[in-house]
Design a protein around this ligand. Structure first.
Ligand code: C5J
Length: 224
């Protein structure tokens, strides 16, 4: 590795120093992506998120083959819910919400089947998993420490959902001085208009939060 590669992106192409670049896969969990999970229980069509799985698999395979650092995140809580703010537990007046029994175990609780990452994108032993209680992957986690220790400055961002955990994380990363390249076909929203606007917002005003590219361009950059 240690090489500089150009990735085609919007609003303009950008150089990636591969030694300082990590792939960040955000919340590709059963609860969001599989039928019967929390996302579907909230009335969402999970098939629109499942479109991201194949491109994410290609990107993950290429990143591993190149030796890029790969980091996964999961949104969820302790079994006793002591790390979940009341606001998050109560908002929405849901009949079945975080911590309640669902078809894949207790919803968004660490260790439960629904909380885990989908098998198609299962982490390797050497890939850190960041368990986060919030939407942003930096909030109350050691992600920043792991990135700093790994001399990582650039994040290739994939995951769900575009306007919630992806956006929050990209904004947090941006404020901490990281460069983010979001792969459009590897991030998904249950709402088409949020997907479109979420992507637009990242690359607006000369790349106010970073760049937008896609899986094919990323694979071209890595020479796959
Ligand atoms: C949501 C997420 N949508 N991972 N979480 O609540 O975006």
């Amino acid at each position: 590795m240690g090489s500089i590669k150009l990735i085609e992106a919007d609003p303009y192409s950008v150089e990636l120093d591969l030694a300082g670049t990590a792939l960040l896969l955000i919340d590709m969990q059963r609860d969001f992506l599989e039928p019967g999970g929390f996302g579907e229980m909230l009335g969402n069509d999970v098939s629109v998120l499942r479109r991201t799985i194949e491109p994410c698999q290609s990107v993950l395979k290429a990143a591993r083959a190149t030796g890029l650092r790969v980091i996964h995140t999961r949104e969820g809580h302790r079994a006793d819910l002591t790390d979940a703010p009341l606001s998050k537990l109560q908002r929405g007046n849901l009949e079945t919400g975080i911590g309640d029994d669902g078809p894949m175990g207790r919803i968004l609780i660490r260790g439960e089947r629904g909380h885990d990452i989908i098998p198609e994108l299962a982490p390797n032993q050497d890939e850190p998993i960041i368990d986060k209680p919030g939407k942003g992957a930096f909030y109350e986690t050691d992600l920043d420490l792991i990135l700093k220790n790994g001399l990582i400055r650039t994040l290739i961002v994939c995951g769900v959902t575009t306007e919630v955990c992806v956006h929050t994380t990209v904004r947090e990363a941006n404020d901490r001085g990281y460069e983010c390249v979001v792969l459009e076909d590897c991030v998904g929203s249950y709402f088409p208009e949020f997907q479109r606007m979420g992507i637009e917002m990242i690359k607006a005003q000369g790349g106010i939060f970073g760049w937008v590219s896609d899986s094919k361009k990323f694979l071209n950059t890595l020479g796959n």
